[in-house]
Design a protein around this ligand. Structure first.
Ligand code: NAP
Length: 228
């Protein structure tokens, strides 16, 4: 059966590397992105021309339920019924301690990272599960090592949102195991992507790398391999 995989946050970083890796393995790829249309179009162009694969890019804010529903409807119409979801899109905010956290910031983090991932998982289950006439599939949630480290004085809000992703993974995996759907999580450590610029420290990985067992940060492709 042709594998059809949706990767949220596929325009950059880990999602982009995963799109390339899975396209090379023969998956038809749908990538979701938020605002970087140029980079999203570049990803699908590379898949089409250099890899010879099939790919489409769809703009959708995963924090918005209507946009999530429309994202999946467009994948249905343009690629077919998905067999895989990589719940990868996520955000963090500038480094801060608890005294600086506002409800506005917390709502942004949790709506995107947690609610967005739940909504995408819901739409995937509606298409993959036997009880809805589907043929099974696989969901990979991209969590973070932050969920067990807590990220003190950096972003405990982000870390807590990834804790929720870990619990979603456990609960949903048990809920849909008899529906032919596997649900797993990958918890990357410190990976070279632009996400650290959003946290206000573009060179964060280089700052911490000597404290890591391998004395180096990770590359997006290494995470892509784990996701695959
Ligand atoms: P990144 O380079 O900042 O890319 C984030 C991606 O998510 C982009 O494609 C972005 O789209 C998309 N996105 C952001 N908000 C969105 C929204 N509301 N709706 C739809 N898409 C949205 O991030 P990354 O480092 O590759 O991280 C990918 C995942 O890995 C995240 O879940 C992150 O928490 C996790 N992770 C990363 C690290 C690390 O060290 N980098 C470590 C552990 C876990 P646009 O390009 O359009 O903005």
């Amino acid at each position: 059966m042709q594998k059809i995989t949706l990767i949220t946050g596929g325009s950059r970083g880990i999602g982009r590397a995963t799109a390339f890796y899975l396209a090379e393995k023969g998956h038809h790829i749908g990538i979701g992105y938020h605002s970087n249309q140029d980079q999203a179009l570049e990803v699908i162009e590379i898949i089409r021309r250099r890899i010879g694969g099939k790919a489409i890019a769809i703009q959708a804010d995963i924090a918005d339920e209507k946009q999530v529903v429309e994202l999946f409807q467009r994948i249905d119409a343009e690629l077919g019924c998905i067999t895989g979801l990589v719940n990868n899109a996520g955000i963090l905010k500038p480094q801060a301690s608890i005294e600086q956290l506002t409800a506005h910031r917390l709502n942004d983090i949790f709506t995107t990272n947690v609610v967005g991932s739940f909504l995408c998982a819901r739409e995937a289950v509606k298409r993959m599960s036997f009880r809805h006439g589907g043929h099974g599939g696989s969901i990979v949630n991209v969590s973070s090592a932050a969920s067990r480290l807590g990220s003190p004085h950096e972003y405990i809000d982000y870390a807590a949102s990834k804790g929720a992703i870990d619990t979603l993974t456990i609960g949903l995996s048990l809920e849909v195991a008899d529906q032919g759907i596997r649900v797993n999580a990958v918890r990357p450590g410190f990976i070279y992507t632009n996400m650290h610029s959003d946290g206000g420290e573009p060179n964060r990985v280089d700052r911490v790398k000597n404290s890591l067992p391998m004395k180096r940060g990770g590359q997006p492709k290494e995470v892509a391999q784990a996701i695959a």
